[in-house]
Design a protein around this ligand. Structure first.
Ligand SMILES: *[C@@H]1O[C@H](CO)[C@@H](O)[C@H](O)[C@H]1NC(C)=O
Length: 391
């Protein structure tokens, strides 16, 4: 450590950062020591409780060095604490990989709060956003996104996934400077969602919107939407869709006479059960909204290689119970799907097909693969269950 040069410095921020690094370094040494022991084939040595004398020794050493930075001794106390001899710790109930840490220091969840580099951490945020909205965007759609963002109050954190590599140009919008920008070229919404919206990363947000960029939001207000989602206890929802083309499912079409609907009627013969898709228990993948708890389940169902998310809509019902009550469409806050195949145009010709056609072909093939994987997973689980039951 550069103790001497630090002492001369008046920059308290640097001292604190170095102190933190010192503590981290201390922990690191502690972890390395325990992991050395971990590799020894001596059974579960960590289940052996820490000797009382060792605890006393530890407490005495801690008491000698208060965790403060003072004028006379500088960071000496922190260095002492950071390099203290640590009792061996093993907490089986900690998150996997973190068993050697005392539970009080384990932070297994995160958020997208933007912080400043100075001052008291507890005073960094004037207001903590309660909800998260993500858009997968290309610069070409900036005006639509600018209009959409206006419909979300400051209770919402905004996260943009950029598929065209153009990020800094968005700073022409005031709100963009407070948004989180993630850039990876030519990827899909579900690719980003799987990688950047892990449930432990977004656990600060009560609801998570995972939206396309081509939605018309003239008749949509996010605060009113959230109010209705809570009122009806919806875990997975979407705004009603103005049926401006014939491709919309009955379930997701906006009903002019309602606030919300959870069930609908399809053409005769389409629904084997009125509580099953496509008559109930599903929303489309263009503008879904998940509760924190539902997202914790749905995230696990997203396949790393099936990037278009086709088939996910009919599978969402596996994550909430009863699905025909917890999945619904908010009619009074509705949107228009403008159907701009912008990301499709980022595809490439494949086997003589035009870019958009080859993207579409992959979507359909992914749908079949996803359905097959889910069905096989059901089968092997249930058959395994049956075998175990017979034993
Ligand atoms: C973004 O939208 C607002 C109104 O919703 C508008 O006043 C502003 O000019 C737009 N910004 C740009 C750069 O188009």
């Amino acid at each position: 450590m550069h103790r001497n040069s630090l002492k001369r410095s008046n920059d308290s921020t640097r001292i604190i950062i170095t102190a933190i690094m010192g503590i981290a370094f201390g922990f690191f040494i502690g972890i390395s020591i325990s992991s050395v022991h971990l590799t020894k084939p001596v059974g579960n040595s960590f289940d052996v409780p820490v000797a009382e004398s060792e605890i006393d020794r530890f407490s005495a050493e801690v008491n000698r060095s208060p965790a403060v930075i003072d004028e006379s001794s500088g960071t000496k106390n922190l260095e002492t604490l950071g390099s203290i001899r640590l009792p061996k710790i093993f907490v089986a109930s900690n998150p996997r990989g973190a068993e050697s840490l005392p539970p009080g220091i384990v932070v297994s969840e995160s958020d997208f709060y933007l912080r400043r580099l100075w001052g008291e951490p507890s005073e960094d945020l004037k207001k903590k956003p309660k909800y998260l909205v993500t858009f997968t965007v290309g610069y070409e759609q900036r005006h639509n996104i600018n209009a959409t963002v206006k419909k979300f109050s400051d209770d919402f954190a905004i996260l943009l996934f950029h598929y065209d590599g153009r990020t800094s140009e968005w700073d022409q919008f005031e709100w963009s400077r407070n948004a989180i920008h993630v850039s990876a070229r030519k990827q899909t919404k579900w690719w980003y969602a799987k990688r950047f919206l892990h449930p432990d990363i977004v656990s600060a947000y009560e609801y998570i919107f995972i939206w396309d960029e081509d939605l018309g939001v003239e008749h949509f207000n996010a605060d009113k939407y959230i109010h209705l989602v809570k009122k009806y206890g919806l875990e997975i929802s979407q705004p009603g869709l103005e049926p401006n083309n014939g491709l919309t499912w009955e379930m997701t079409k906006r009903r002019g006479d309602k606030e919300v609907h959870m069930v609908t009627e399809e053409k005769p013969g389409w629904c084997s059960d009125p509580h099953l898709p496509p008559c109930a228990a599903f929303v489309e993948i263009m503008a879904p909204v998940f509760s924190r708890e539902a997202w914790r389940c749905v995230w696990h169902m997203i396949q790393n290689d099936l990037v278009h998310g086709w088939g996910l809509d009919f599978a969402l019902r596996r994550c909430v119970e009863p699905a025909h009550e917890k999945i619904g469409v908010i009619d009074s806050q509705w949107i228009v799907h403008q159907v701009i195949p912008s990301l499709g145009n980022q595809g490439e010709s494949d086997k003589g097909k035009m870019p958009w056609d080859s993207v579409r072909a992959r979507c359909k093939s992914e749908w079949a693969q996803f359905q097959l994987r889910v069905t096989n997973a059901d089968k092997s689980y249930l058959e395994g269950h049956k075998r175990n039951g017979k034993d």
